[in-house]
Design a protein around this ligand. Structure first.
Ligand code: 1HN
Length: 349
């Protein structure tokens, strides 16, 4: 098309914009950003949070943020500077601080939530009546619409990572929330019920049923189980991208532990240098042990224990272990959403 024709078309489109607006209609405008890009152009950024920065901030919110007066939780949110809210385009991650004797009262929400215990012990979480003692490295699930509260019976502050699919839930305008009428929900007489029934992953009660809505019946994945599984898997040849990685799965049917979020434990052995890949979907890593570096896009995140970092959708990334000991990473990602909707794509270098 000639410049003249393009110019005339643009004028007609601008005139139409005015006339159509009152009918809540529009045509594409010349200055609209392109609707379809050849590949994703995420607003989400890949971000690195260093433990050396987080640690004093966590101590400060422990002292300055009141759990009872200001709200039912005390959390340090990991904010993505490319987004108005949230850690990635689908989920929010925050670090919760709970002090000895404190109670985080019961509520429920449609957002799927999970906790990964960063440090401490002595806090108990109750999910739909099932009480579970949380220890470092444990993964505890709070499926959509499950009542949950936390009570800290230990004598040291405790911190854990909370991940909720809030941005996804908000995009779908499916937000429901309900506070419990009392502070705490009644506790089942049998602690760790779901772990006792489903924890082996291999044997379970005949006729075992998923929770409401097809949800995973297993609510907790203790660290010693994950560590043993990773140690066993490390006897096999490693993967060129991830070295040794295992995903937490739903014991009924083998799908991801939550419908929207998948979690993994990953061992990068000393000397490992991984290959580059990119894929749709976003993820957050938490470094449990060791030292290494992850190149993400044109950034290099040199990480050590306690650090967290995101990989934005479609960013090239590769991990390496730069330390003298094995590195252990924990990961949460939104790949179940992309895979179940047919939006998952991957490119390997
Ligand atoms: C929430 O309900 C918890 O239940 C933790 O412990 C973090 C972050 C945003 C919104 C709700 C919890 C949260 C949250």
């Amino acid at each position: 098309m000639s410049d003249e024709l393009i110019g005339q078309d643009a004028d007609r489109r601008r005139a139409l914009k005015q006339d159509l607006a009152k009918y809540h209609c529009r045509v594409h405008q010349p200055d609209d950003p392109p609707l379809f890009t050849r590949s994703p152009q995420p607003a989400t950024q890949s971000v690195h949070w260093r433990w050396e920065d987080l640690c004093p901030l966590l101590e400060r919110i422990g002292q300055e943020v009141d759990l009872t007066a200001g709200g039912p939780r005390r959390t340090l949110r990991l904010h993505n500077p490319g987004l108005p809210r949230g850690t990635t385009n689908t989920f929010w991650a925050s670090i919760q601080v709970i002090l000895p004797g404190e109670v985080a009262t019961a509520h429920r929400h449609t957002a799927n939530a999970l906790r990964f215990i960063m440090q401490g012990e002595g806090a108990w979480t109750t999910v739909d009546g099932e009480c579970y003692p949380m220890r470092t490295g444990d993964l505890v699930l709070t499926p959509s619409w499950a009542w949950h509260d936390h009570v800290h019976r230990g004598d040291q502050p405790m911190i854990w990572l909370d991940v909720l699919d809030i941005s996804l839930m908000q995009a779908l305008e499916a937000t429901f929330f309900e506070p419990y009428t009392d502070g705490l929900q009644p506790v089942d007489t049998m602690p760790d019920r779901s772990w006792r029934q489903f924890g082996s992953g291999l044997m379970m009660p005949p006729g075992a049923q998923p929770r409401a809505g097809g949800a995973n019946p297993l609510l907790a994945y203790p660290f010693d189980m994950a560590e043993k599984a990773i140690a066993a898997a490390a006897g096999m040849p490693g993967d060129a991208y991830d070295d040794v990685a295992l995903e937490y799965r739903n014991p009924l049917g083998g799908g991801p532990a939550m419908p929207t979020l998948a979690m993994r434990m990953q061992l990068l052995r000393s000397g490992f240098v991984g290959r580059k890949r990119r894929h749709t979907g976003s993820k957050l890593y938490y470094v449990m042990r060791g030292e290494g570096a992850t190149s993400v896009g044109d950034q290099r995140f040199a990480w050590c224990a306690g650090d967290l970092f995101t990989v934005a959708p479609w960013d090239w990334h590769a991990h390496e272990n730069t330390g003298g000991q094995d590195a252990l990473l924990w990961q949460v990602n939104d790949l179940p959403v992309l895979k179940s909707l047919g939006y998952f794509r991957e490119e390997l270098a």
